[in-house]
Design a protein around this ligand. Structure first.
Ligand code: ARG
Length: 452
């Protein structure tokens, strides 16, 4: 067949393996078979190729599927190799399969088809992670812990409040992935090389057969745009960034003895017998670097590409596979680590008040008694120089205001404000750490999980 002649002329030589994406295309082998089937069915339905030839091609495609990717003949890519394998079985008529299309719209369709499934798997892991976080929140709405800003003790909070802070972030990660999914899920098939085709094809039909929600309207856009890849990798990178913060928190908390990771998510040392290290979480943290690198690499690859198809796009695809695999795995591991971690309630309670973390609550109390907040802040800041107990606050009140603390507030209320658990319970503003506020957030998180 003439196709064979062309390939002999143009794909030999020392650059052959450099040109070929066949190995990497294993990822889209199954997708390509589906795309081929849909295209051939449409061609027959539109009477562009004969029904019996279509039948023979479809039978050959089934055989190619059974033999698998590894059995494909050599080729520049999976599309060419499958076509060659079909022609080997059907004869020259097998070449009718490639009527009214190009590898350019074909590969775009394959990538989108496969990526849909991968993005949905990533979405699933975000849902599992949210579930783990909601369960932690449910179990620990009264487990007080230190809260930090700048990694310095700031105000007491609860494990539930901390967990829900990540549940909210992961919820948005899910939404971003689903939004990317909607734009991945559009069919480019029928765009051909970029300039459409004189054959009377039915693009909606192939879109329907492949389960795409619609078609990419413009044929040049369909065959050459990859912003759907960029958007997906960006959404994955954002999720990886969320995961890295979560992992870092758990690493710090493990260091402080606040949380014990399950053995399943820990590692040991080859020399130090006593060690239990949070290696899995360190790797989760590192995946954010890979993902950010992918965003950069993919953006740089796509930047300035002219219309229409350019072979640079072959190297753009691999960023998506690497990133979706790494981030999905990291998300899964994070969900498991969160679900199996043990929160050390006694240590957390003992440390919740560290570094005079109840200071803001005392200042709030003075402000509620009518002092300007700035003045209250000054009193407590002055006390903090000397201690964090009632006496220190009493001395500071006398120094700053020239009066005893009792003239402003009930001493029992000061004692309560100094207690981390009471301090947390008092911060019942919407979204706050008080158990009733956390209950509302938990309900919101559960309702969002129902929705997706
Ligand atoms: N393997 C290519 C890719 O991944 C598709 C083939 C298009 N090749 C071409 N020379 N137009 O993008």
């Amino acid at each position: 067949a003439s196709g064979v002649v062309r390939r002999d002329r143009f794909s030999g030589g020392p650059a052959r393996s450099f040109l070929s994406s066949l190995a990497a295309d294993e990822r889209i082998f199954a997708a390509d078979l589906e795309v081929d089937r849909a295209h051939v069915i449409m061609l027959a339905e539109c009477e562009i190729i004969e029904a019996d030839v279509a039948g023979e091609i479809l039978t050959a495609i089934d055989a190619v599927e059974v033999d698998g990717h590894d059995a494909l003949p050599d080729g520049e890519d999976v599309h060419e190799a499958i076509e060659t394998a079909v022609i080997e079985r059907v004869g020259a008529d097998g070449g009718k399969m490639h009527t009214a299309r190009s590898r350019n719209d074909e590969v775009a369709a394959c990538i989108r088809y496969r990526l849909r499934e991968d993005v949905l798997a990533a979405v699933e892991t975000t849902l599992a992670l949210r579930e783990s976080l909601l369960e932690v929140a449910d179990a620990h709405d009264e487990t007080v812990m230190p809260g930090y800003t700048h990694l310095q003790p700031a105000q007491p909070t609860t494990v539930a409040h901390w967990a829900l802070s990540y549940a909210g972030a992961v919820r948005r990660d899910t939404a971003r992935l689903l939004e990317a999914y909607g734009r991945v899920n559009q069919s480019p098939l029928g765009g051909a090389a970029f300039a459409g085709t004189p054959f009377d094809i039915d693009r909606e039909r192939t879109a329907e057969l492949l389960g795409f929600e619609g078609v990419v309207a413009n044929s040049m856009d369909a065959s050459s745009s990859r912003d759907f890849l960029l958007e997906t990798v960006q959404a994955l990178s954002t999720h990886a960034t969320t995961l890295s913060g979560l992992a870092e928190d758990l690493i710090v908390f493990a260091n402080r003895g606040f949380v014990s990771l399950s053995d399943d998510y820990s590692s040991t040392s080859s020399i130090m017998p006593q060690k239990k290290n949070p290696d899995t979480l360190e790797l989760v943290r590192a995946v954010a670097g890979d993902a950010a690198g992918s965003v950069q690499g993919l953006t740089t690859t796509l930047k300035g590409l002219p219309r229409a198809y350019n072979r640079d796009l072959q190297r753009a695809t691999t960023y998506a596979w690497e990133t979706v695999d790494a981030v999905t795995e990291a998300s899964e591991v994070a969900a498991g680590a969160v679900a199996t971690a043990d929160w050390n309630e006694d240590t957390l309670a003992a440390e919740a008040g560290e570094g005079f973390s109840t200071a803001t609550g005392v200042a709030d109390l003075l402000a509620m008694a009518g002092l300007p907040f700035r003045t209250a802040h000054e009193v407590v800041a002055n006390a903090a120089e000397n201690g964090s107990d009632y006496d220190a606050i009493e001395a500071a009140t006398q120094e700053v205001l020239g009066d005893s603390l009792e003239t402003f507030v009930d001493p029992d209320e000061v004692a309560a404000a100094l207690d981390p658990a009471t301090s947390v319970a008092s911060r019942d503003s919407r979204g706050g750490p008080a158990p009733e506020s956390v209950a509302d957030q938990l309900e919101l998180g559960r309702a969002a999980s129902e929705a997706h």
